[in-house]
Each structure stands twice: as structure tokens, then as C-alpha cells.
Design a protein around this ligand. Sequence first.
Ligand SMILES: Cc1ncc(COP(=O)(O)O)c(C=O)c1O
Length: 402
Amino acid sequence: MTLDLPTAASDAAPDFDQIIDRRGTHCVKWDMMEPLYGVRPDEGLAMWVADMDFRPPACVQRALERMTDHGVYGYFGDDRPYLTAIRWWMRERHGWDVAPEAIHTTHGLVNGVGLAIQAWTQQGDAVVLFTPVYHAFARVIRAAGRHVTECPLVQRDGRYEMDFAAYEGLLTGRERMLILCSPHNPGGRVWTREELEEVAAFARRHDLVLVSDEIHHDLVMPGHRHTPMALIPGVEDRLVMMTATTKTFNIAGAHIGNVIVPNESLRAPFAQVVGALGISPNSFGMHMATAAYSPEGAAWVDALTAYLDGNRRLFDEGVNAIPGVRSMALEATYLAWVDFSALGMESEEIAGRLARDAGIAANAGPSFGTGGEGFMRLNLAAPRATVAEAVGRLQRAFGDVQ
Ligand SMILES: Cc1ncc(COP(=O)(O)O)c(C=O)c1O
């Protein structure tokens, strides 16, 4: 079997408007919404879990077809094309030169975070999170017997910012690691170079390992530009970069991610934990990811982000028309972060109206930590007709406040 090297761009434009029925396919987003939210899949809309209701680019499908045509599914070997593809993508799309020996392959980035916690912290240590933030961080940190030190983001001009002066007083002295979500989920901030420099200075000041989870770095809205933390000077000796193809190309089920440790002396503890847990790559994920990081994959991502930008505009316009409701303007990600707090309702009442009245399964804000109260997160990576339907349902569910 030949391994995939970057291929030329395909002419076929992706059809993101196509409605693909995912029900009954063992996908968590549609098949678990009734047990978890009480939203029936025959009439509900699944807008919670962060995967997309789109097929990946044809280059990824072809990589899988080559595997199934061959039909032998043994252990994976020779990751050179995979490493070449990652390095090509990071240089081409992010202006970042990655050394192949810095790249570790994990079974996704939640797995990567779990391994990082084992590698660079001890039981009883604390990890800093800028909340509200992706809920799995706190779950994994606590499950590992570490503490979470929440440093809440502040809202200025309708978007999240950090408040380092306030954070100095929140640290307990037990902190050994900081996990940054860049771009940020939820809220969709693309952190500026100046903000990243401040994060780096904070990590240095408090001697923290700086984990930068950049899984959303390709899903940036037109007019915004992501800066990899690896391009910020003076942080390399404590930096752990996390990237993946899974969010970008909608292949989360392939469970594959990259933990990239630029500094050689920082690598050893991570390699030791990976070895101790007997982790080796998933063959399907390796083939799909290698195929994704290609010119064809890049053209698909450009079409995708333009489509997602249209979805978020439609959504924001409709939802912001409801008095007292405001959707944060996304700079990145397809995860709308909607503030219902001005309505003065309890979080349960808001979540209930979405599930019960609108038939929408969406993530409740408090699950993202301090600052999430009064918010709901809604996934907009769906055909536009679905997003339009969601807007109509929300307007009706909150019709009494109009
Ligand atoms: C910031 C962030 N990190 C990690 C993940 C999940 O990563 P994986 O599927 O590779 O475990 C998500 C999924 O939404 C996410 O938003």
C-alpha cells in the first residue's frame, strides 16, 4: 500500500448544504442526545458535541478506501509521511517550523492533556485554566488527583480577555502547569500576539509548564489570524504544543493528535509516560491525518471556514434579535457562545427551554467552569438550513421575552 503524500487540490467543491442523517450510526452527538438531554432525535437538533455534520474532504475518504480495499488491518509502521505532512501543514498554514523529533502521536488531545498532566505534574499539584474553558480539561485534571486553579476571563467590548493583575491573587503556590486554549473554546477568541506574550510571561513568572491546545487553529474566521504559541519568544523551554487534524477535518473518531515538545530536555518525561502506558498509533488515524494535511485538504478547509462564517452570521443575526440574548462574535471555532444572563433566568431554566421547548441539545455554560453561568454553547457546524431552523426554534422558545 502506498502512503499518502500531499496531493494536488481536487476541483470538486464540497457541498456543506447536504443534510446527512447521522442518527443510528453510534455518533455521540445524535445518538446520545435523548438519554442525556431528553431531546428526541426524530424531531430534535444536536448542537452540543464539537464535531461537524459534514463529511471530511475526499482525500481523507480515499485514504480510508485504500485501506478497506487492501483489507488487512495490522499494526502501523513508518510514520515519516505523517511527520512530513504535519511539518508541511504547520509551515504552510501557520508559518511554524516543527522539528520531526518534537512530535509525539497520541490518541487525541484529551489523551494528550492526560499524558501531559502525568508527565509534568505530581499528585496534589494545580493546573491553571482560563475559564470558562473546554470542560474536559478540568475533568481530566481532577480525575488525575490534581487541582484546578480557575483564572476567570473578563468580558470587554463583548469578547473575552485575560486579567493578569487579578490572576496574581488567585494562585495558591501549588500551580505547575497552565493549559491555554488557543483559539479559545468557548467564546471563539483568537488571542493576539500581545496577549500570548502576556500568557508566556505569566507562565515564566510562576514557573509553569505552558500547554497550548491549538486544536481549533485552522477554524479561524475570515479577517482573523492565529499565532502559534511556538512563535512567541522566550517560552520554548516550558512549551508543549497540541495540534490535531480531527477538529479541522471532522475525523474525531480517528482519535489521533500531536503533542509537540520543541525543547529537547522537556521531552523525556512525556516520552517516558507514553512508553509506560504502552501507547502506539492508531493506523486509521495515521492514514486519515496524513491525507488531510495536503493541498486538497487545505482547499477544503478554506471552503469550510467561509461556510462556517456564513452560518455564524446567520445565527448571530437571528439570536441577537431576541431581547436580552447575545451571541459572542466568533473569531474562530464553530461553537456559538450565547449569553442569556440578561433574561434573569436560572441556568436550568435556560437549558430547559432549549431542550424542552426548542428541541435543541446544547452544552450548558456552567460545565465550562466559572464564568459560564447564564451561557449555552451551540455547535453551528451543520448545513445552513439546520442553523436557520435552530434560530427559528430559539426565537419561538424565548418568544415570551420579546
Ligand atoms: C480545546 C479542545 N481540546 C481538545 C478537544 C478534543 O480533542 P480530542 O478529540 O482529540 O480528544 C476539544 C474538543 O472539542 C477541544 O475543544
